[in-house]
Design a protein around this ligand. Structure first.
Ligand code: FAD
Ligand code: UDP
Length: 385
């Protein structure tokens, strides 16, 4: 009945399914345990008609033309002309994040800022990006002073909330996502394309999965439909020899037999307010020194929805994922110990020659949407041959 099975209808699964169906002319079954498609990119209008991102704010950003062109087959875009911009709330004062030369001039008086700017440009070159943990290694006392300011006011408390660990304790790749910019660029990302699908992420996914060779089953857990032996996969009682692409948690696939892979989760507290504006036009405000939540998103500024009545915001409260019912594993905690545990599960998966692991969960990595699209396109091509 089916040539291939894709588990998970997030971006990884949906792109792979579309490619196998269209380019590979395969009959593809997509199994998704949630009652909707889109994975963590899923968005939907709330009770007040405001489009919200149910699993946290998602901004599509990429410099990969191929990825932008591919998704553009399924959606038009609301592109941000000035890029996505974020500010940090530091004791009521709003400063641009990533920390950049504009931020520098807000913190120091003109004479000092000019001098510091010169030093930074000399040390790192105009237009470059410096991870905070690298900046802290600089021996110049004045540069150390800036690094200390940024560390204390932007990174330390936010990272403690998000990860339950200090910036030193987590992978430098993570804090490196938000470097200090030696430029006057207030954009959160430096990618060429930044924005959201014009109608919604969910519609983009619906169009992607709308293909005669694709069947989507939502509300269905693959662990109940597939049986895994040491070397074979069974589906509906029979050995399944086609490709199976799995985008869920790898430990779960094997009954968590070596223990659970650690993740950070989030609680999203949505609030609708009967007022026109909450954040003075800012779509995202990071709370880097105070509060228990990390950030507040005001959706109408993220999606540029014009007909919104009132405004809806969401606060994000991080916590350690335990695997309890209803909890969602959002962020892999990348460190050597966890990666070693992941490798043990991966070895089990490698015993199944037609099983392919793809995605943030199945690969235990920190991918953005665009990287996921690219990986899915490559995997589909490999499978099609
Ligand atoms: P997912 O979206 O998690 O999809 C996996 C799917 O598999 C899920 O729907 C799950 O229900 C399903 N599944 C799992 N197990 C089973 C099973 N046993 N049976 C059936 N189905 C199963 N990226 C950006 O580029 N820009 C952003 O602004 C951005 N913001 C983010 C904000 C937050 C809070 C988070 C957590 C992530 C953000 N990301 C962002 C990253 C983005 O969400 C991921 O890159 C993307 O969702 C990864 O897609 P995926 O398909 O790998 O995983
Ligand atoms: N970070 C921080 N302060 C900020 C923004 C980011 O300390 O204002 C750190 C934090 O550790 C975070 C990481 O940088 O987890 C990566 O931030 P990013 O915004 O990329 O995280 P995501 O969008 O994935 O939630």
């Amino acid at each position: 009945m089916y040539d291939s099975i894709v588990i998970g209808a997030g971006i990884a699964g949906s792109v792979t399914a579309r490619q196998l169906a269209e380019k590979g002319n395969r009959r593809v079954l997509v199994i998704e345990r949630r009652d909707h498609i889109g994975g963590n990119c899923y968005d939907s209008p709330d009770a007040y008609g405001i489009l919200v991102h149910v699993y946290g704010p998602h901004i599509f950003h990429t410099s990969m033309e191929e990825v932008f062109d591919y998704l553009s087959r399924f959606t038009e875009w609301t592109l941000y002309e000035q890029g996505h911009q974020v500010v940090a709330n530091i004791g009521g004062r709003l400063i641009p994040v990533p920390f950049n030369l504009n931020t520098l001039h807000m913190i120091y008086d003109k004479e000092q800022a000019d001098e510091l700017e010169k030093k930074l440009v000399e040390a790192y070159g105009l237009g470059n990006r410096v991870p905070i943990m690298k900046l802290r290694e600089n021996k110049d006392p004045q540069i150390q002073d800036i690094a200390q300011y940024v560390y204390e006011n932007v990174f330390l408390k936010y990272t403690m909330k998000q990860w339950g660990q200090t910036p030193e304790e987590i992978s430098p790749q993570v804090t490196g996502r938000v470097p200090v910019l030696i430029s006057y660029d207030n954009r959160y990302f430096q990618d060429k394309y930044q924005g959201v699908p014009a109608d919604s992420f969910t519609q983009m996914f619906a169009r992607m999965l709308d293909h005669e060779n694709v069947t989507v089953r939502t509300g269905a857990d693959a662990r109940e439909l597939l049986q895994l032996g040491a070397h074979e996969i069974r589906f509906e009682g029979k050995k399944f020899e086609g490709d199976v692409v799995y985008t869920g948690e790898l430990d779960e696939l094997f009954g968590c037999r070596y223990g659970r892979l650690p993740y950070r989760s989030l609680r999203f507290d949505f609030e609708h307010l009967a007022q026109d504006d909450f954040q003075d036009g800012h779509s995202v405000v990071n709370y880097t020194v105070s509060e228990d939540f990390t950030r507040i998103t005001e959706f109408k500024y993220l999606t540029r929805q014009k007909d919104a009545d009132g405004t809806t915001i969401v606060r994000e409260y991080p916590f350690a994922y335990t695997g309890a019912d209803g909890e969602i594993p959002y962020y892999a905690i990348m460190n050597p110990e966890n990666e070693a545990l992941y490798e043990k599960y991966k070895r089990l998966a490698m015993g199944l020659s037609n099983m392919h692991l793809l995605g943030r969960l199945a690969e235990y990595k920190y991918y953005n949407i665009d990287a996921m699209v690219k990986k899915a396109l490559v995997l589909a091509d490999e499978l099609i041959g």
